[in-house]
Ligand binder design. Structure first.
Ligand code: PLP
Length: 378
């Protein structure tokens, strides 16, 4: 037990060569490293107006019961979600964030020798979940510049890569970090075209924002497509990223499989009560969506004024082509107390992903960017 160099060789092949997920820089890190204060974090697509006061109150009220294990079946939250989606609670799987459900899906359907198909620039968690399960990830090149969803999922190319070993296809609608989206009819045709040995996961983490653009709620199609799984989260529009709750909607048969391997208490009691209460406050969601729409327009105009190109977005974030290496811009923003997200891990060395903030936060970001672009004579 003296040779430490070989520990990597003991790891399973899928894990050995993985790159860890790179989260947005926490505010406390920036305070420590740069000594700046009044920091704005526009790096993890969190809700800039926070969470519903109704949810916060429910969590405070459930604090005294924290010594007890949570309801492992999530009865109340599943009931509230079932009512909201007009579905049977047996179709719902709760997760410690939707990330948890994505991993459960990969664990349930993938193994070495299997393939999973996803798009270039897709959400970074898919390849991690796929590789950790030992399966082969098939990354399909994204749409080219001549397409109106430039950098988005190329469904025809993805379909062409579905083969006899394919067990899973991941689609984020809209996608993070690109903000691109897929309309109902091409998505429906794509799902209908898949062979029976393929489970298709449609990740609707930003559904509350994208709904107004006509991006479909594919849970409506579950009765027609038994191998379809839809994932949703409380981390984005609901403003509850810190308590970690997400869920999937699927056939009861798929939910049953996921239930067998999940941790028995994978959603904690504060999360259960907070999420259940949050569902009742749809006025809060409407306000979050309203603030976001204004913020998207504001940021797109401010970035355009600086000559920075952006992609259209159906989410609460914007992918911006900085027109130069992104890391010095990112660091210039950090020095001014603004955290955004570099996306070099997606192969995008000149882009930054900027989460939409409040009007004031967006203005501060634009001013900070203005200083960088003016100082460098651009
Ligand atoms: C943020 C995000 C999620 C949500 O992750 P949680 O684990 O629910 O916090 C899922 N999918 C995409 C595409 C996301 O951007």
């Amino acid at each position: 037990m003296t040779n430490k160099a070989s520990i990597n060789e003991l790891a399973v092949p899928g894990v050995r060569d993985l790159e860890a997920y790179q989260p947005g820089k926490p505010i406390s890190d920036l305070e420590r490293e740069y000594g700046v204060s009044n920091i704005i974090k526009l790096a993890s697509n969190e809700n800039p107006i926070g969470a519903s006061p109704v949810a916060l109150r429910a969590m405070r009220e459930s604090l005294p019961e924290i010594a007890l294990y949570p309801d492992g079946g999530g009865f109340e939250l599943k009931g509230a979600l079932a009512a909201r989606h007009d579905m049977d609670p047996a179709c719902i799987t709760l997760g410690n964030g939707s990330n948890d459900v994505l991993v459960l899906l990969a664990e349930s359907f993938l193994q070495p020798g299997c393939e999973a198909v996803y798009s270039q620039y897709c959400f970074a968690v898919y390849p991690i979940a796929v590789h950790a399960s030992g399966a082969t990830g098939i990354e399909v090149p994204a749409l080219s510049r001549d397409h109106d969803q430039f950098m988005g999922h190329d469904l025809a190319a993805m379909r062409a890569r579905v083969g006899p070993e394919t067990r899973m296809v991941f689609i984020a609608n809209p996608n993070n970090p690109t903000g691109t989206w897929i309309e109902a009819s091409p998505l429906e045709d794509f799902i209908a075209s898949l062979p029976d040995h393929v489970v298709v996961v449609v990740d609707e983490a930003y559904h509350e924002y994208s709904e107004q653009l006509g991006v479909p709620d594919v849970s409506r199609w579950l009765s027609r497509f038994p191998r379809l799984v839809v994932t949703r989260t409380f981390s984005k529009a609901y403003g509850l990223a810190g308590i970690r709750v997400g869920y999937s909607l699927s056939s009861p048969e798929i939910a049953k499989l996921l239930n067998k391997i999940r941790q028995p208490f994978n959603v904690n009691s504060l999360a259960l009560s907070g999420a259940t209460a949050a569902l009742k406050d749809q006025e809060f969601i409407a306000e979050a969506v309203r603030v976001n729409s204004l913020g998207v327009a504001q940021l797109q105009a401010d970035l355009a004024a600086l000559g920075i190109a952006t992609l259209p977005t159906a989410g609460n974030f914007i992918l911006a082509d900085m027109g130069r290496p992104a890391i010095p811009v990112y660091e210039g923003l950090l020095r001014q107390g603004v955290i955004v997200r570099p996306v070099g891990n997606y192969g995008l060395k000149q882009h930054l992903r900027i989460s939409v903030g409040t009007q004031l936060q967006n203005s501060k970001l634009a001013a900070a960017l203005g200083r960088i672009y003016r100082d460098s004579g651009a």
